[in-house]
Structures are given as C-alpha cells and as structure tokens.
Design a protein around this ligand. Structure first.
Ligand code: SF4
Ligand code: SF4
Length: 424
C-alpha cells in the first residue's frame, strides 16, 4: 500500500478491547454496530496501519459517523487517547480519499476563506439573518424544496441556529470594562459565532467577571481558535490560527484566558502540544495553554466574590462533551449551580452523553445527530425539569432545536446566563 503520510498508531496499543467504552458511545448506542464503536474504529485504524484494510469510502464512513465527543476516553480504563488517534485518521482519510468536488469546494471555502476572517464571517451571518427574517426560510421549509435535492440537505437546514442579534454588531466590551476593583485583567475568547447566536451569553460572562473584580480584555478582531480546522484534519491551518490567537492576547497583561465555549477551551489547552515543533512558538504556546480556563473553572475559583439571590426554577445540567470528556470539568458547574438558592437541581440520565451537536456534526450527519438528540430529549423530559442548563453554545443551539422539535416547553440556557440572572 502506498502510504504517503506517517500514521502514528502507537496509541492504539493501549486498547485492551474491554468494550467498556461501548455503552458510552452515542454512535454505537444508536447504530449498534461494532465498526461504529470506539473499539471497532480503533481496530479499523490498527488494520489500516498493518496494511490489512484500505482507507476507502467504507473505512471513511465509520469515522464520519464518529461525533468526536470523547465519551469513550472518560470511560476507558486503559487511558486510550482516542481524539489523538481520530486526528491521525483524519489525516489518513484526507491523504487517501478524494471527497466529491462540491464538498471539497464547500469545505475549502468555509475553513479557509470564511472562518479565519471575522469580517467575512460577519457577512455570512448577515445573509443568514436575512434568510431567516425575510420569510425565505419559512417558505423553503414549508415548500419542502430542499428535500427534492436531498433529504440530508433538508435536515441540515433545520439544524441552522437562530441568528438572534437584532443586527450583526460588535460588542462594546470597553464600556463594560469597569470591574469593581479592576485589580487584575483576564482575557476572554469571544468565540466565532457567539456574537451572532448568543450575544447575551458573552455579556453575562463579562458582567460576572466584573462582579468578581476583573477587568476584561476580549479582542474583537480575533480569528477562529482553530478547533474546527483541527477536528477536520486541517492541521496546518489550525496551527496558524493557534499562533494568531496567542499573538492576540500578547502584551495584554492578562492572568488568565477564559472561554465559555467548551470546544474552544479544549483546543486552546492543547496549543502547547500542537505547536511543540515550532521553535518560535513552542514555549509561548505552553505558557498560553497553562493560562486557559473554562469560565466555570474560573468562576468557581472566585465564587467567594459572588452572592446570589433565589431563582425558583427546576433545572437539569447537561454536560458538554468538550468540558467533561475534553477537559475533565464536571464538579465546577455543579458547584456553581448549587450556589444559587431556590434552584432545584434534578438528575439527568445520561447527562454525560453527547446531544448530537458535536461541532459541525449536526450539519454533516443530520440523520444520526437527530437520533442522538431524540434520546437526549427523552431523558430531559423524564427528569421533569423546566430548564436545561449547559455550558457550551453548540449544545445550547442543539437542545433548543430539540425542544422545538419535540414541542416541549423547555428553557435552554448557558450556565453563565442563569448565574448572571441570580447574581446580586
Ligand atoms: S468520540 Fe464519541 S462517537 Fe466517537 S468513538 Fe468516542 S464515544 Fe463514540
Ligand atoms: S474502553 Fe478503552 S481499552 Fe476498552 S475497548 Fe474501549 S478504547 Fe479499548
């Protein structure tokens, strides 16, 4: 086999084939096939690296159906770093399989010509907002025209988030930079899509940080952190964007870099290893990653600065995969929620299982994403809570869509929003 790139399969050897990861894997739980389980996928990688199977379309399909949720890593007693193997296999797939022209074209446009440019991203959201508000979206959906082309396209369109800001705008973070004491400065990653989809969540984040006495620096010209590129096997671009993110906070004098998006936080915590071979950035990247914290981690450390008034609601907390599995953070959000008096916190069955959002998975694989979401919604309904709290914008969008689809009266909020509502 003409294997043009090096495939680091050393991590595969850690797998002892115990199968403990299987019930925690959403694609296996829904599809029930070994080749769509972590153990099966690792076996496929091993077979490829030994030359026993080819990286063809069937091989690719099993990895396309992986949500990248890392639930298998938390369940694994043997410490298999599945996400590292998954990134390796993306490189293999990219090298060996030519995707259809249209998806190649779209991927190139989105990853290389839109996401790295904040101005272009803003333009795309302006168009999407027009599509939603002009009635065009309603017309397209009721006519079922997309179904004529492809059922998948029709489903993907239904996963499009609501563009909630009344106009595509820049935040004036400066006017909010009035921390009670302004003793220390912290940096905040605003996230590529938050300004358009959940601007109130960024505002809540800033307000909470100010209540804790911090001055906030949130560069508004910051490009994507590179998470979406890394996940799609675009390693070179991911490194370039990582360098850009590091530079954006350079000289700002911040003591921590905070993120309210779990996927971005997990990515920035990995800059140290991502740029380890870059002589100009390796040390800076390690220092930067050491400063990165999820907002729930940071607020937890500063909880003594906050006091809350009662909020009489019943909630469940749905764990974002990139927080619990990617960063090992679960106790911190639970402690923050339990600090709000009056809040009833119910248990959510399978709270650690993915909701089906998984970055761009709900757009790329809408059928499986929908099945995973249905299972999540059933569990939420059974809990009896009136509000579901999460800590990641992608999950928030997906769960809102799930609530709409299942016709249930359910509020979906980011944890910083309910903390901001409760804070004195
Ligand atoms: S990352 Fe998630 S979907 Fe993929 S194999 Fe692991 S548990 Fe399954
Ligand atoms: S739990 Fe870990 S060791 Fe066991 S089969 Fe899954 S990946 Fe392999």
């Amino acid at each position: 086999m003409d294997q043009k790139i090096e495939f680091d399969f050393s991590g595969i050897l850690d797998c002892i084939h115990c199968g403990l990861c299987l019930p925690k894997c959403p694609s296996y739980v829904i599809l029930g096939t070994e080749t769509d389980s972590p153990r099966g996928r690792i076996f496929l990688m091993k077979s490829f690296s030994e030359g026993a199977v080819e990286a063809n379309k069937v091989f690719k399909k099993h990895f396309d159906l992986c949500l990248g949720c890392r639930g298998c890593e938390t369940a694994c007693p043997s410490g298999v770093k599945y996400h590292r193997l998954f990134e390796e296999v993306q490189k293999v797939i990219k090298e060996n399989i030519e995707p259809p022209l249209i998806s190649r074209f779209l991927k190139r446009i989105i990853l290389y010509h839109i996401f790295p440019f904040p101005g272009r991203l803003r333009f795309v959201f302006t168009i999407l907002r027009f599509y939603q508000k002009s009635g065009l979206q309603k017309m397209v959906r009721s006519s079922g025209v997309l179904k004529i082309f492809s059922k998948k396209l029709d489903l993907s369109e239904r996963f499009m988030p609501d563009i909630t800001s009344s106009r595509v705008q820049k935040f004036d973070f400066k006017s909010e930079e009035k921390g009670r004491n302004s003793r220390k400065k912290v940096g905040m990653l605003r996230g590529c899509v938050m300004d358009y989809i959940a601007p109130e969540t960024n505002r809540s984040t800033v307000r909470l940080l100010q209540k804790c006495g911090y001055d906030v620096r949130a560069p508004d010209n910051l490009h994507c952190c590179g998470a979406i590129h890394q996940h799609n096997g675009e390693n070179k671009m991911a490194k370039m964007l990582a360098r850009n993110t590091i530079d954006s906070f350079d000289g700002e004098g911040v003591t921590a870099i905070l993120s309210n998006a779990a996927g971005c936080g997990a990515m920035m915590k990995e800059y140290g290893s991502l740029l380890s071979g870059d002589p100009a950035y390796s040390e800076k990247a390690v220092r930067f990653s050491a400063m990165v914290k999820d907002i729930t981690e940071f607020l937890n450390e500063n909880l003594s600065q906050l006091s809350f008034k009662p909020v009489n609601r019943s909630v469940v907390y749905d764990e974002p995969c990139h927080l619990i599995h990617g960063q090992g953070i679960s106790n911190e959000p639970a402690r923050l929620l339990s600090s709000i008096p009056g809040l009833e916190i119910f248990k959510l069955n399978e709270s650690e299982m993915c909701c089906g959002s998984a970055g761009t998975f709900n757009i790329a694989q809408p059928e499986l994403s929908l099945e995973v979401l249905k299972r999540k919604m059933e569990n939420i309904k059974k809990s009896g809570a009136d509000t579901v709290i999460t800590a990641n914008v992608g999950c928030m969008i997906q769960l809102k869509r799930g609530a709409q689809m299942s016709g249930c009266e359910l509020k979906v909020e980011h944890i910083v929003d309910i903390l901001d509502e409760a804070v004195e």
